[in-house]
Write a new protein. Sequence first.
Length: 550
Amino acid sequence: MASTDSSKHPKGLYYLFFSEMWERFGYYLMIGIFFLYMIDAQRGGLALDKGLASDIFGTFIAFVYLTPFVGGLLADRVLGYRLSITIGGILMGVGYCGLALPGDLALYISLGLIILGNGFFKPNISTLLGNIYSKEPYRPLKDTGYNIFYMGINVGAFICNFVAAYMRNNFGWGYAFITAGIGMFLGVAIFWLGNPHYREADVRKPMQPNDMPISRILGIVLLPALLAGMAGWLLIPGNVFGSDSTDAFIFGALPIVLYYVSLWVKASATDKKPIAALLAIFAVVVVFWAIFKQNGTALTTWAEYYTDRQLPAAVEKPAQTLGMVQQVGTEEKTVPAYDPMFRTQTDAEGKVITKQGVEPYLNNLDRNQWPVTGQQLSLISTEIFQSINPFFVVILTPVVVSFFGFLRRRGKEPSTPAKIGWGLFITALSTLVMVGAVYAGDNGAEKSSGWWLVGTYAVVTVGELFLSPMGLSLVSKLSPPRLTALMMGGWFLATSIGNKLSGVLASMWDTYDHKANFFYVNCGLTLLAALAILLMMRWLREIVQQYAEK
């Protein structure tokens, strides 16, 4: 942290920016194609039903954000932030590469490594960033620093889907997953190059009299969580929450949620209010992540099956050169039935049954637009649509930062909780854009324009910029110093629960005869969360004003 110019950010920000950029490149490359890989029945994928694939996807991204509870705790007490980040990055890189190996065992081991690795990496790089802004002259720039850091996340998330499309279209799924691993290893290398600029910020927190020893936490929190999860999977009859995996996750998460509540119960008078405020924010933002994370499931389903992805002739060849094109067609001597409202059918083992020679894209495409036998349609690869959100983050982050700076200079900048509330309201509006897409496509009977997805991603990105980086900043501001990484783990616990809920909601896609109702439900849930923030606003604002400048 060599620079002392108050108009500049600490140099460590930029190393963390590029480390996180490459880490998110790998993660979002994998996430961008994982659902497509699971439902693919034509090109070497797993050929799973959409509902089952949504459940697996939601469970995976839930566990990815559940393990930061452990990673934050170990970094705070034992390992320190830099070592934890390094361990996490290496585990994730190995996990991504492992997805290229055949067989269920390799799949599950690889997913497990990614889940563990993210637990060590994610909360601690965000905490380390907050630590380098903990002293003057950088303290007033903390919100802006998190916005810049968040833009780095999305630079990686934007680039990765183009690379994923090129690799899987030209070489196959396995090579795409290996590319994700290479990106992760590059992020670790950049992180270590920046060591001199944040070595002083890597300070472990001494235990306080009321702090629970790690051995006790393992015994009364993690072990019960594991046992409760196993009971939810094996012993609870009737799929209480919709599936065995959902039951296991919810029952397993309860002991961890209760542990965070116990932090508030046992806190000193000084720490009680800020911890209560954070727990309230965590509870509300669960809904945001439940809606936002459907970009990998429900919105990917809409892009794959119901969106017009045919390329104009003028851009077809350049897109093919860049590997962005997916080719679909029909086989000879095949006269398939036409299903304007395509629904996936599965056999007794859950494998997708596809009509011989018929791509899913063709089922709700006007029969006159089908390719003749022996020819193919050129479609933009579905995962490219997932680059729309990070594209808007990169473009709109300077706008949002400037907007808040403009308000700050006039003494009218909203409080951090108010920004989160506005983020939820704007997210609710984004779901209404998809209601328009449903009606424009006659409830899926016809292909809708890709501009509907562009529109919904544009709106939800504004909501995201109001909420997500502000949440990270708020955790850094309000957390008792010895609990900063642990409370950052709490933020990711809320993300985890929201991610799982996103899979639960998306798995119900085929149960809605009219898809607009699916998005109306999402809108209603988000508006309720925004209302909850509004009702708590005065209380939250007072706590932030009292404790943020610690």
